[in-house]
Design a protein around this ligand. Structure first.
Ligand code: URP
Ligand code: ZN
Ligand code: ZN
Length: 480
């Protein structure tokens, strides 16, 4: 597992040794270790770790706390227009929520409409982000409609810092693509330095089952889960990987949920395929039984692929421990219970898919540390370092090292709360984790050396988040 070596040396600081900010008295946690050290910050960068640090414009006291790299969430849907509606969170509220949860970088999905050029899609996404973003951000490009122009445009995206393309194998009529589009995208990604991400579900099989349920009068949210069983995900996972193998390239499976799909990933890894995958917070905590909650409450947990079983949760935790999965993303989707989800009260097919979680992600995954499932460095690796590495942002993001951006979370391991929507900073009317007791919370968050969250409240300036031109994907063992 490539991680950053701890960098506790003292580099020369130009001019005076006076820092802009010193983070003092904390325990520094990176993916490679835990150490007691103060951190000196100048011009938004970490310039010193350890040694004597005394003089600064601002001292942030981290006594009793962990000092960790800001979280990196590589799967958010902000200001989404999917499912024929508009999400509650835009780039403002969504990234303020991210910051308050300890995440300082998000990579959002920029979606091509049918018939639209990729350049126009990016311009539209830029207009959504402009002046609003509270943390640093990048885009993955969702390709829905391939033609010669789009094929040519894909070649130009990595030079613009968009080094990942996302394809859907489900949602016919909305985002679903055919195998030729997949192959063409994989080919261009390989050639120009991008990583293809896939939503792996057999969309036609899911549509067949869900239409059958509805025809039988089974219209409640629970049937969403039954219409998308693990085999539907496992089949598509295997097919996506096979298509990547056909053009001899890498692939990243988004929101992997279950043992059956994981088996396909492991089989591919054993064949030597550079097949990567993430899971998401909701698959570690929710099960398909949550979709059966009374009074239509189950609609809150309608996302795809659906929540699985307690056994699958255990398999996913083990895969995180074994570092078979790269990261835990949020897949933050902000469909309100009242106004969005309730459109499907009489027909689960009309419930917009997705659930919120960008703010809760670090707190929820950290419970794995409390439970002895993850070490502190593994936690940091999963929520910050590894996603930054896979998606071309490391070591600028995802670590605490001299020269890295001073994106820092001061984490209080003793702080407790019970998750409730009223304490979240998004525009939602429910939390996916309402009522979960957590121990360990972000206290102070710095973005490029500036305090943007203090005592869990946002104190930054919307618009100060910067677009990240991400580095090209380099397949292990195959440098460019
Ligand atoms: O249900 C989900 N996950 N909605 C968001 C779109 C996607 O599939 O990632
Ligand atoms: Zn998806
Ligand atoms: Zn998603």
């Amino acid at each position: 597992m490539p991680t950053d070596p701890p960098s506790f040396s003292r580099p020369s600081v130009q001019g005076t040794d006076r820092m802009d900010v010193i983070v003092k008295n904390g325990t520094v946690v990176t993916a490679s270790g835990v150490s007691q050290a103060d951190i000196g910050i100048k011009d938004g960068k970490i310039v010193q770790i350890g040694g004597t640090l005394e003089s600064a414009d601002r001292i942030v006291d981290a006594s009793g706390c962990y000092v960790m790299p800001g979280g990196v969430d590589v799967h958010t849907h902000l200001d989404s227009g999917d499912f024929g509606t508009k999400s509650a969170d835009d780039f403002g509220s969504g990234t303020i929520a991210a910051a308050c949860g300890g995440t300082t970088t998000v990579v959002d999905f920029c979606s091509q409409d049918r018939g639209q050029s990729l350049g126009d899609a990016i311009a539209y996404w830029d207009s959504k982000a402009e002046g609003k973003v509270a943390v640093d951000y990048g885009y993955h490009m969702i390709v829905t409609d391939m033609n010669d122009g789009v094929f040519a445009e894909l070649a130009t995206l990595p030079d613009r810092g968009i080094t990942s393309f996302k394809l859907f194998m489900a949602y016919r009529g909305m985002n679903m693509i055919d195998d030729v589009t997949m192959l063409k995208s994989l080919e261009q990604a390989k050639k120009y330095g991008a990583l293809v991400m896939v939503h792996a579900e057999n969309g036609d099989a899911a549509d067949y089952l869900r239409d059958k349920f509805v025809a039988e009068g089974k219209t409640e949210p629970y049937y969403h889960a039954l219409s998308r069983p693990p085999r539907i995900e496992a089949e598509a996972t295997a097919r996506a990987i096979a298509l990547a193998e056909i053009v001899d390239t890498s692939i990243y499976i988004v929101h992997l949920t279950c043992g059956e799909a994981l088996d396909e990933l492991l089989r591919a890894k054993r064949r030597g395929v550079d097949a990567l995958a993430e899971t998401c917070t909701q698959y570690l905590y929710l099960t398909k039984e949550d979709l059966a909650r009374p009074n239509f409450e189950g609609a809150k947990f309608v996302f795809t692929p659906p929540a699985r079983s307690v056994e699958d949760q255990e398999i996913l935790w083990k895969a995180l421990q074994d570092r078979v999965l790269e990261t835990v993303s949020s897949d933050h989707c902000s469909w309100l219970f009242k106004g969005h989800k309730d459109k499907g009260r009489d027909d689960f097919r009309k419930i917009p898919n997705g659930a919120p979680g960008v703010e809760e992600r670090l707190m929820m995954v950290y419970q794995g540390v409390n439970q002895g499932r993850l070490s502190l460095p593994e936690f940091v690796d999963l929520v910050a370092t590894r996603p930054a590495q896979v998606f071309g942002m490391f070591p600028q993001k995802g670590t605490i090292a001299v020269g890295s951006d001073a994106d820092i979370v001061i984490w209080d391991p003793e702080a407790t709360t019970v998750i409730t929507q009223s304490e979240m900073h998004n525009n939602m009317d429910y939390s996916s984790y309402e009522g979960h007791a957590v121990k360990g919370m972000p206290k102070t968050v710095l973005l490029r050396g500036k305090v943007i969250v203090e005592d869990r409240d946002y104190v930054g300036t919307p618009g100060e988040g910067q677009f990240l031109k991400r580095a090209k994907y380099v397949r292990p063992g195959k440098p460019a």
